[in-house]
Design a protein around this ligand. Structure first.
Ligand SMILES: *Cc1c(COP(=O)(O)O)cnc(C)c1O
Length: 219
């Protein structure tokens, strides 16, 4: 696969779902990928990338930013409160807001910095113990809490359990976003982004299908 192939598949899925072409944003997930692969995708003109670790992103994106303008960086992995400031300075969008303590920290820092990335609330739709995300039954209240803190919540994000049909989780996430008046849906990865688009995804996070397999497995 290549960037062009993935973009064509996204367009086809948009068309099939009766959605406007270009309505789905492709986040190229560059975590763990060698810099030359990332640079090749930058050279093709793509600017929207996802990373799941603040430290790793801080080590490579400031250098790319000197060469390529208009970068749009998304944090898609868990965020510790002690890295929140660094994450807010580095990323345009954070997809992993998942607990009150983090929400409060982001709100305080947004006041201090005078700026806040767009935010997605991560929902643990499968209620998996090892996985980050707010539980489905706590999601409505947490969205309200984030709004009360004046946080710019754009939508919801999920990572479905590997052993279950992703489409059920996409449907659940879409329903929760809809009843809370949220437009953004960050869902769908290399193996299921077309299904996610059919269910209303606005942001798909695609890594290995663009860059090739990662050199080592990462959670
Ligand atoms: C790594 C990762 C992806 C991309 O996974 P692929 O299967 O390589 O497309 C998407 N979302 C999150 C949260 C990830 O950590």
């Amino acid at each position: 696969m290549s960037l062009e192939d993935i973009k064509a598949r996204i367009e086809a899925a948009e068309g099939k779902a009766g959605r406007a072409l270009g309505s789905v944003q492709l986040i190229a997930v560059s975590k763990v990928q060698p810099n030359e692969r990332v640079e090749a995708v930058l050279q093709e003109g793509h600017r929207c990338f996802g990373e799941n670790r603040v430290q790793e992103a801080a080590g490579k994106w400031p250098d790319f930013a000197k060469q390529f303008s208009g970068l749009d960086l998304h944090l898609i992995g868990p965020l510790q409160t002690n890295k929140a400031r660094q994450a807010m300075e580095l990323f345009d969008v954070i997809h992993s807001v998942d607990r009150p303590k983090l929400a409060k920290t982001l709100a305080r820092l947004a006041q201090e910095i005078g700026n806040c990335p767009d935010l997605f609330i991560q929902v643990n739709t499968g209620a998996e113990e090892q996985k980050a995300g707010i539980l489905p039954q706590d999601t409505d209240a947490f969205i309200a809490e984030c709004r009360a803190l004046d946080l710019p919540v754009q939508g919801l994000m999920c990572i479905p359990p590997v052993e279950e049909p992703a489409v059920e989780h996409f449907a659940l996430l879409a329903e929760m976003a809809d009843r809370n008046g949220l437009d953004g849906l960050s869902m769908g990865m290399s193996s299921d982004f077309e299904e996610a688009i059919a269910m209303g995804a606005t942001h798909v996070r695609v890594g290995s299908a663009i860059f090739g397999a990662r050199a080592y497995a990462q959670g």
